[in-house]
Design a protein around this ligand. Structure first.
Ligand code: AP5
Ligand code: MG
Length: 215
């Protein structure tokens, strides 16, 4: 099963991707996470990405497409995968057409007022990328403050989770990313993602199972 997870910043794409990986035993690829790792490792790609990401801008389409193209050729991606954060505009969607076809695009929707809350409280593990939140109304909370439950790594706040960068990212989502839904319309599954991660996960799995059964 090949899936695109789609939705505004803070919809919970990364959170749900990790849960779907456990359930379906297929890999996930977050272009954002690959770019953050490149920045941390100070590679050539990281230096280009840093200038775009921290201001909330997209990296050039051929860079994002290059990351995905390399991944989907791998053996472990052959029987299925979950894409998180790609494609994000029509140029990327066109480049992706030349690489592969997905079965479903899951559009996760949340009200705008939840976005700020989820993103300002987000903490991410520097070592394994696991996602947490310190806001009492968001989830999941790390068992020990500042420490990853899964690997013991340090939790940090993403550089692009500042109010200015969040505003920029959201405006790009609504102007450039959301319009590509039309291109995938026959494959789109829209899910309300304002509930708990478990509720959202159960809702997504229920639809996927139904759709898979009728394919
Ligand atoms: P990327 O890393 O993809 O970030 P994003 O699209 O801005 O999305 P987020 O990661 O902010 O949101 P999410 O939906 O994954 O939410 P999460 O699960 O963390 O991209 C970053 C940057 O990289 C881009 O701005 C761009 O510069 C560059 N880039 C990446 N891909 C690119 C591409 N294809 N082309 C060009 N440039 C690209 O959840 C958010 C928080 O809420 C977490 O703390 C979580 O614990 C909490 N939470 C999640 N679900 C729930 C829930 N149900 N209830 C309560 N809390 C919840
Ligand atoms: Mg994410």
């Amino acid at each position: 099963m090949k899936i695109i997870l789609f939705g505004p910043q803070g919809a919970g794409k990364g959170t749900i991707a990790a849960m779907l990986v456990e359930k379906y035993r297929i890999p996930t690829l977050s272009t954002g996470q690959v770019l953050r790792e490149a920045i941390a490792q100070k590679t050539k790609l990281g230096k280009i990405a840093e200038q775009c990401i921290n201001k909330g801008n997209l990296v050039p389409p051929e860079i994002a497409a290059g990351i995905v193209n390399e991944a989907v050729k791998k053996e472990e991606f052959k029987k299925g995968y979950i894409l998180d954060g790609f494609p994000r505009n029509l140029d990327q969607a066109r480049l992706f057409d030349e690489m592969d076809k997905v079965d479903f695009l899951i559009e996760m929707t949340i009200p705008r007022e939840l976005v700020m809350r989820r993103l300002t409280g987000r903490r991410t593990c520097r070592k394994c990328g696991a996602i947490y939140n310190i806001d009492p109304l968001c989830a999941p909370h790390p068992k020990k403050a500042g420490v990853c439950d899964k690997c013991g790594g340090e939790l940090y706040q993403r550089e692009d989770d500042t109010p200015d960068a969040i505003k920029k990212r959201l405006s790009i989502y609504y102007s450039e990313t959301k319009p590509i839904l039309d291109k995938y319309r026959k494959k789109v599954i829209t899910v309300d993602a304002s509930g708990t991660p478990e509720d959202n996960f159960n809702r997504i799995v229920a639809v996927l199972e139904r759709k898979k059964g009728s394919q």
